[in-house]
Design a protein around this ligand. Structure first.
Ligand code: FHN
Length: 398
């Protein structure tokens, strides 16, 4: 799993025929669409501008070092040429496998591969209707056989793990928050068997915690940052959107600024986690301009400051207010999330800091050593960066 903590920053891609609806990847459920109504998106799906080389360049240049892509989302539509269904990209007007060229392009840049795969499926005839199913108002359908659906689920995962090269992570989704009508879990998915098959087919693969195998869906704060323990001892990942929507959402106006996105990345790594940042491509096969702009701005920062992110993690020091620390080896990186600041109080570091420099240009930062009034006082001269890092050669706290 060292690749995971080295990578720290990944691209999440939510793509499928829901991109044509252009309002949410749950649109079939939210609007209770039947298959006939939703078929319009399948029949008109032809992403003629799709070029995964461009996607991979945009991701790499943003500083992203791995990909997680939705092979199948909840609507049941498959990006790859599955032999187990006709509900797939190769049967749409586009007519080709979307997954293989994507994985090839990202691997060619040295990026690791994660496959998102939905455990729920609103298209499969044997997937039992539950509280989220588009046809939930019609009530349960006793003819549906969840065992047959589980066979399909396992069969498709087998296809993905035997036909598309080395896979570094399986990202199963979704977890029912409760046990309401038709909620499913480890028994319905046959999760132990599925996990064993995944590990047999791709030894060393990482599997996320949504197979309902008891690891819990969400880590507690104590797990993330154990009191007095080694922070970040369990690899974890925060997945985030650019605008509150996973799928392409044309009219969405809630876009996060590059500064906020960078602060989220820094905050996540400072707690020992990874950030998986999502893009929802449109139905022509492109990242929309608002997404591309943000990836490029993020890339301008990671190009200069990536040393404070890749392979870095939580530090045992308490950062000053509005700051975060990330640490890699004996390098402590101080991230100022609000700027300007006339001086910064480096609590607990008095006598430990051998040299300080700005990371963006490696220029020395002059700072006061142990100040009798405020030990570890540091003065920072005016700088252009708004997310600033000092590279402080320092040993870990004992
Ligand atoms: O229901 C999905 C949702 O559409 C999206 O894929 C997210 C991504 O983490 N996972 C589920 C909600 O937790």
């Amino acid at each position: 799993m060292s690749w995971f903590t080295d990578a720290r920053f990944g691209l999440f891609v939510h793509w499928g025929i829901y991109a044509a609806a252009a309002r949410h990847e749950w649109v079939k459920s939210y609007e209770r669409m039947d298959d006939e109504h939703y078929q319009r998106y399948f029949d008109h799906f032809d992403p003629d501008l799709y070029d995964p080389e461009v996607w991979a360049d945009d991701a790499w240049n943003a500083g992203m070092r791995y990909l997680v892509v939705t092979t199948k989302h909840h609507d049941g539509f498959c990006l790859w040429d599955s032999a187990l269904t006709g509900y797939k990209a190769t049967a749409t007007p586009y007519g080709k496998d979307l997954l293989r060229p994507m994985l090839d392009a990202f691997r060619a840049r040295g990026m690791r591969i994660g496959l998102y795969h939905s455990l729920i499926d609103w298209h499969h005839p044997d997937f039992p209707i539950d509280l989220y199913h588009p046809q939930r108002d019609l009530g349960e359908d006793g003819a549906r056989d969840v065992g047959k659906y589980a066979d399909y689920l396992h069969g498709q995962v087998r296809e993905l793990l035997t036909g598309y090269g080395p896979v570094d992570m399986m990202w199963f989704d979704f977890s029912y928050p409760g046990r309401g009508m038709g909620a499913k879990g480890r028994d319905e998915w046959r999760s132990e068997q599925l996990e064993a098959m995944v590990r047999e087919l791709q030894p060393g693969i990482m599997i996320n915690n949504r197979l309902d195998l008891g690891s819990g869906d969400f880590m507690t704060p104590e797990q993330v940052m154990p009191p007095g323990g080694v922070p970040g001892h369990v690899p974890w990942e925060a997945c985030q959107t650019l605008n509150g929507s996973w799928g392409y959402d044309r009219d969405n106006l809630d876009w996060k600024s590059p500064q906020l996105l960078l602060s989220m990345l820094v905050d996540t790594v400072s707690k020992g986690g990874n950030m998986l940042l999502n893009v929802g491509p449109n139905a022509r096969g492109e990242f929309e301009p608002r997404a591309v702009e943000r990836l490029r701005e993020i890339g301008r920062w990671t190009r200069l400051h990536g040393r404070a992110i890749y392979g870095a993690g939580a530090s045992g020091f308490t950062p000053p207010q509005d700051c975060r620390y990330t640490q890699r080896g004996d390098r402590l990186y101080l991230h100022l999330l609000n700027w300007p600041m006339k001086h910064v109080h480096l609590a607990g570091l008095a006598g430990r800091v051998k040299y300080a420099q700005f990371l963006h240009d490696a220029s020395e930062v002059r700072f006061l050593e142990v100040d009798p009034h405020e030990p570890g006082h540091a003065y920072l001269r005016g700088v252009p960066e708004d997310t600033l890092i000092l590279q402080l050669p320092v040993t870990r706290p004992d």
